[in-house]
Design a binder for this molecule. Structure first.
Ligand code: HSE
Length: 301
């Protein structure tokens, strides 16, 4: 039996829409083994009542893609998902399922695909690489699509970086959060984000927390998504006043993620209370950046 542990991820990191992401120390588990016949899917934990148990399950779709690519035909398949990453909140639950399915299926079929091929397959399934890349390789990952593949660099997260994540008690499907975005942006807004994305990557490499507040601002997705997350702008302002070095919508939301080096307790309280003022109950947790990506084990029975 193959067991894969996959980290949660936060995409965009403010200005780096569809290009930047970071792994976090919160995990889902995917277990997979060949069965005598049929598809058997068991789901435990977050979203267990919503996740399909048939061929439309994303872990199965991902596994089937690997099997097709390498020409492996299992007689049947048994999948178990143990979910700790909140579903559809902006913390990479679908990326974790995709990476879990791909990695487990790759090992089950002889380990013929390497990291790059797995990342390319993951991006084909997810549509953008910014969650799947850090879920696979860990750390902070800069990604672009070029020459029909994903080009990427992994950066080690600054050791002192801590994250406070406020997770509202409603889901926001990524599809909906993408539908509110414009098809094109002005040159001014493009330049605004290009500069900040470059500044953010440099600040993270230099471990310069003073630059995060300016570097994490964004004009191409968060302003359009603000209406989908009541209180978002107020939580941003309050968290910064409480000492957060930078703050962003985590992925497509609705979770918000504050980047901190200190004062995490106060920042957590302030984020929770400010959300409450807008009528939103949010669970607030502290999560550390995760330098390590998905880990797979083969367990002999
Ligand atoms: N970059 C993606 C978005 C991440 O913001 O829509 C969510 O999957």
């Amino acid at each position: 039996m193959i067991r894969v542990q996959i980290p949660a991820t936060t995409a965009n990191m403010g200005p780096g829409f569809d290009t930047l992401g970071m792994a976090l120390k919160l995990y889902n588990i995917v277990e997979m083994e060949e069965a005598k016949r049929g598809l058997h899917i068991n789901v435990e934990g977050d979203g267990a009542d919503k996740i399909p148990r048939d061929a439309s399950n994303i872990v199965y779709i991902s596994a089937a893609k690997v099997f097709k690519t390498v020409g492996f035909e299992p007689k049947g398949l048994r999948i178990r998902m143990i979910n700790n990453i909140p579903l559809a909140r902006g913390l990479g639950s679908s990326a974790a399922a995709i990476i879990g399915g791909l990695l487990a299926a790759n090992i089950l079929s002889g380990g013929r695909l390497g990291e790059k091929e797995l990342l390319n397959l993951a991006t084909e399934i997810e549509g953008h690489p910014d969650n799947v890349a850090p879920a696979l390789v860990g750390g902070i990952v800069v990604t672009v699509q070029a020459d029909n593949e994903i080009k990427y660099y992994k950066i080690e997260p600054p050791p002192k970086l801590k994250c406070v994540v406020a997770i509202p008690n409603f889901t926001l499907p990524t599809k909906l959060a993408r539908e509110v975005l414009p098809q094109s942006v002005s040159l001014t807004d493009a330049v605004y984000n290009i500069g900040r994305t470059a500044l953010l990557v440099t600040a993270l490499i230099k471990q310069d927390f003073n630059m995060l507040s300016a570097a994490m601002d964004d004009k191409i997705h968060q302003p359009y998504r603000a209406n989908l997350v009541p209180g978002m702008k107020k939580v941003f302002a309050a968290a910064k006043l409480a000492g957060a070095r930078g703050i962003a919508l985590s992925g497509a939301g609705p979770a918000l993620i504050a980047y901190c080096d200190d004062n995490t307790g106060l920042i957590a309280t302030v984020m929770k209370e400010t959300f409450l003022q807008s009528g939103i109950y949010a669970r607030v947790i502290e999560l550390e950046p995760n330098p390590v990506g998905a880990v797979a084990l083969e367990i002999m029975k």
